[in-house]
Structure formats: structure tokens, C-alpha cells
Design a protein around this ligand. Structure first.
Ligand code: C2O
Ligand code: CU
Length: 505
């Protein structure tokens, strides 16, 4: 039923010809570059964020989340003041099915205002949880929408303008997993993939941290161009984590929740099967040696293990493109991230389907082209202005956005509301790992990324969506813009966000 068998996955170390990143395999031990310090041992059981409870209220799957202060142990013998949703750090995993109406009621018990954005979600702008949907201390904000997109691994995090880096870094981030509608075609595919939460379907939220001598989080950037590059790399909040695997195949849903660091994740001498990018399953599984993830991006990979095998998920020196000072932006860092330890007896896993999903935006339907030049903390020469609507998009249209990083240091580009497709990079088709549904793409310096986007519904002349660099300090400092989606004949109305008040529709 498939050419991509477990045997081939296991044997794939020998077939190392695949992938340009293979050369990096040579230098896989020890830390370097800006100095990530590897834990002495990988012996802390990987914490699995709990699945969030929900209740059905009038047919609406309703979740509650509370942003709160707490204290968390990232590594043994050390306690740090942190923020989290429903706990001291991170957040529970929300899970909903495609087609469901969902609501999330977020209560802010922090000492300052925050917001909660559903990264990767297609939903009305007013529900987006961006910088205009702030939640004051003591208040509750309710977002409600119908899940209407492909199943996939999304996430949620604060988005207060100018403070997103700090809020996320302190720990406010969780996964929002969308599962297929029962009976759908993709449900049958999902059934064959590892899908038991926390057993063979495991959230892997990677974030780098930096601590002072008291063990408290610090976010001093040391003057580099990208923001914080922490020297302690955590998964689900702990350094030196180990995951006990009991099945032949394990699915890792990897989220880069770091504020600035880009990783290039792989296994020494063994390939992984990439099955999904930001917005859901790829068309077909793809054998990869490494997956590059910039802040905000997700990847789902399948790893095949033999009984008793122990491997470390490693971050190789990421290829960041033609950056001026690779050392200063983390491109020389290599380190272990997570130990995977297989049991002596492993439960058999199903064969991986040969085809996973079918989708595709129509480049022939493009009616509008836009250009976005990223430089310093500006897009097209302007910093983010909360009161300005930068772009007005007509609902139902397909657009081609060309994004170019004019700097010699890293940026990426994230668009709210849609999953886009990378149509071309410098005029050539994207590599297969970037050919899936994306909401965030790393932009190597001085290259043109052509993105195809379709804005299917949800018009609002007043509430905007964001697009921005997901290196959170860049975003905070202005590398962000706002767009509205309007019906034909409508115009953007900035009166609400410029403080003139919103008329009730
Ligand atoms: Cu993950 Cu505008 O954000
Ligand atoms: Cu940037």
C-alpha cells in the first residue's frame, strides 16, 4: 500500500544521499555558536500538556483558559517565575474537530493586559485575538467561530502590541489541534496515522530560555539582531527531556514557540517522515533528514524506532540563507533537543498512507498582487501603526503576495486568517517541505517568496487581521501590518481602531 515503509524509514540512514543538509550530520555533537548549553542528561520525563476539557453549550464546544502567574522548574534545582494558561507555564492542548462551532473564554489573571491569538486559524477578525482584542486584568474575553479548514497543528499565544515577545517568552503558549470531521476522507487517513494523544502523537513545543543567577528568566538579547537566543533549549517546558516510546512509529507535532531562534531538526543517521506543515497534512509523506523551523512554524514528523533504540532529536546548524553574521543569529548552534527512548517491545503501527491530502490554490485565479519588503522593523518603509489599515482585500479573491527580506539577518512572514501556499521562491517552485499549507514562512535574505492566498469569507471593514515577522521582537518593534477583508464595494474603515468607536453592524 505504500512505498514508504517502516523498513525503509529504518534503513534510511544508509540512503543518506537525500537532503542537502546531510553534511551537517558530521558536526552533531556538542554546542557551539552563540552557546547553547546542553543538559548533562536527558532524563526528565517529557511533560505532556493536558488535553483541555470542554463542555457543549447549545451545540458549541466551549473551552475556558485562564492566563495566570506561576512558578516553573525548567531544569532541576531551579525555579523561575513564569506565566501560563491554566497552570504555571505553557497551556493545555485544545482539540476540536473540523466543522465544530467552538468558543474559548479567556480570563486574564495577570497583572497586565494581554490577548490570545489563535495562530493559523481561519476565523472572523474580531475573534482573532490580535492586538485589538485586549483582555484587561480580571476580565474575560470570549471568542467563537466555526472550525472551517483542514485539520492540523495550530497554536495559541498572546499578541499585545509591543509586548508579545515578553508574554510568550514567560510561557503563554499552547497547542490548538484540529482533528478531522468524523466520516470525512481525511479522517480515514488520520486513522492510519499515529493519533493517540501523548502516546504515539506527541506535542513537542520547543522554546529557548535564558536565566539569571537566581534562576529567573531573562530576556536580554545581548545586542544581536534577532531577539533572544537562549542558551537553554526546552521542550514542553523542560530541558533534557526524554520521551518513552511504546509504538513502532511516533508522531511528533513540533512547534517552534521560540521568540527568535530557528532550528533545523533531525535525527543522526536516520530519516524522518514529514507528514504535515503549519496548516495540515502534506499531499504525501516526505522523507527528510532535517526540518527547518523558524519561530511560529510547525511540522509533524513520523519517527520509526526499533525496540530498545535510543535517539536524540538534534538541532543542526540551521541554514538561514545569506545572513551577514551567522554566528550572531544562531546559525552556528547545534545541540540535542529531546531523547526518544523506545521500549523493548513496541506496539505495531499501521502502514503510513501513500497519499495524505489533496488541496491546491489556483495561481490562475490571482486578481491582485502585493509586495511586502521587510527591512529593519518596517514593512514597505512603515512601522506598524495600530490605527492604520495597510491593505484592503476583497473577499473571495485569490492574491499573490511577494515577500522579500531586504536585510542580511533573519525574518519570517506570518499571515493571520489564511493558510497560504508558497507558489515560488525566486521564481522557482518551492522545495517539497514548503509545498504544503503554511501560515508562516522563513524568508532568507534577498529572495522573493511568492505566496498564494485565498480569502474565502468573513468580511469586516473595521477589525483588521495582522501580517508580520514572527521573530517576536521584530514584531513588537514594528515589523507588522494590518489588512481587512471586505465585501465588493466596501472600503476599509479605520475609525474603530483609531479610537473613534465601532458602529454596531
Ligand atoms: Cu503567532 Cu500574529 O501571530
Ligand atoms: Cu523579523
Amino acid at each position: 500500500m505504500t512505498g514508504l515503509t517502516r523498513r525503509q524509514l529504518l534503513a534510511s540512514g544508509a540512503a543518506g544521499a537525500a537532503g542537502a543538509g546531510i553534511a551537517a550530520l558530521a558536526g552533531c555533537s556538542g554546542a557551539s555558536g552563540t552557546g547553547v548549553s546542553e543538559p548533562e542528561a536527558f532524563d526528565t520525563p517529557l511533560p505532556i500538556p493536558p488535553l483541555a476539557d470542554s463542555r457543549m453549550v447549545d451545540g458549541i464546544r466551549t473551552f475556558t483558559l485562564t492566563a495566570q502567574e506561576g512558578s516553573w522548574q525548567f531544569q532541576s534545582g531551579q525555579q523561575a517565575s513564569t506565566w501560563g494558561f491554566d497552570g504555571p507555564y505553557g497551556g493545555p492542548t485544545l482539540r476540536a474537530a473540523v466543522g465544530e462551532r467552538v468558543a474559548v473564554e479567556v480570563t486574564n489573571e495577570l497583572p497586565e493586559a494581554t490577548s490570545t491569538h489563535w495562530h493559523g486559524m481561519h476565523l472572523p477578525a474580531e475573534m482573532d485575538g490580535g492586538p485589538h482584542q485586549m483582555i484587561e486584568p480580571g476580565e474575560t474575553w470570549r471568542a467563537e467561530w466555526v472550525v472551517d479548514q483542514a485539520p492540523g497543528t495550530l497554536w495559541y499565544h498572546p499578541h499585545p502590541h509591543g509586548a508579545t515577545e515578553r508574554h510568550v517568552y514567560r510561557g503563554l503558549a499552547g497547542m490548538f489541534q484540529l482533528v478531522p470531521a468524523p466520516g470525512s476522507q481525511v479522517a480515514a487517513v488520520e486513522e492510519q496515522l499515529p493519533h493517540t494523544y501523548g502516546v504515539d502523537d506527541v506535542p513537542v513545543v520547543i522554546a529557548d530560555k535564558s536565566f539569571d543567577e537566581d534562576g529567573e528568566l531573562v530576556i536580554d538579547d545581548g545586542g544581536n539582531e534577532v531577539g533572544l537566543l537562549g542558551d537553554v533549549v526546552t521542550v514542553n517546558g523542560v530541558a533534557g527531556a526524554r520521551l518513552e516510546v511504546t509504538t513502532q512509529l511516533v508522531r511528533l507535532r513540533i512547534l517552534n514557540a521560540s521568540t527568535a531562534r530557528t532550528y533545523s531538526l533531525g535525527l543522526p543517521e536516520q530519516e524522518m517522515l514529514l507528514i504535515a506543515s503549519d496548516g495540515g497534512l502534506l499531499r504525501a509523506p516526505l522523507e527528510v533528514t532535517q526540518v527547518r523551523l523558524s519561530p511560529g512554524e510547525r511540522a509533524e514528523v513520523l519517527v520509526a524506532l526499533q525496540p530498545g533504540q535510543e535517539v536524540r532529536l538534534h538541532s543542526y546548524e540551521p541554514d538561514l540563507g545569506q545572513v551577514a553574521a551567522p554566528f550572531a543569529v544562531g546559525a552556528n548552534d547545534a545541540f540535542d533537543v529531546l531523547a526518544l527512548v523506545a521500549a523493548e517491545e513496541l506496539t505495531a503501527s499501521a502502514e503510513v498512507p501513500e497519499q495524505l491530502a489533496s488541496f491546491g490554490l489556483d495561481a490562475g485565479a490571482v486578481s491582485v498582487r502585493r509586495h511586502f519588503e521587510l527591512q529593519g522593523r518596517q514593512i514597505n518603509g512603515a512601522r506598524m501603526d495600530m490605527a492604520r489599515i495597510d491593505e484592503t482585500v476583497q473577499v473571495g479573491s485569490t492574491e499573490l503576495w511577494t515577500v522579500r527580506n531586504l536585510d542580511l539577518f533573519p525574518h519570517n512572514f506570518h499571515v493571520h486568517d489564511v493558510q497560504f501556499e508558497v507558489h515560488a521562491i525566486d521564481g522557482a517552485p518551492p522545495p517539497p517541505e514548503l509545498a504544503g499549507r503554511k501560515d508562516t514562512v522563513y524568508t532568507e535574505p534577498h529572495r522573493d517568496y511568492e505566496l498564494l492566498l485565498t480569502f474565502t469569507d468573513y468580511t469586516d471593514t473595521q477589525w483588521p487581521y495582522m501580517y508580520h515577522c514572527h521573530l517576536l521582537r521584530h514584531e513588537d518593534e514594528g515589523l507588522m501590518g494590518q489588512f481587512v477583508v471586505v465585501a465588493p464595494g466596501q472600503e476599509a474603515d479605520p475609525s474603530l481602531i483609531s479610537g473613534a468607536g465601532r458602529e454596531h453592524e
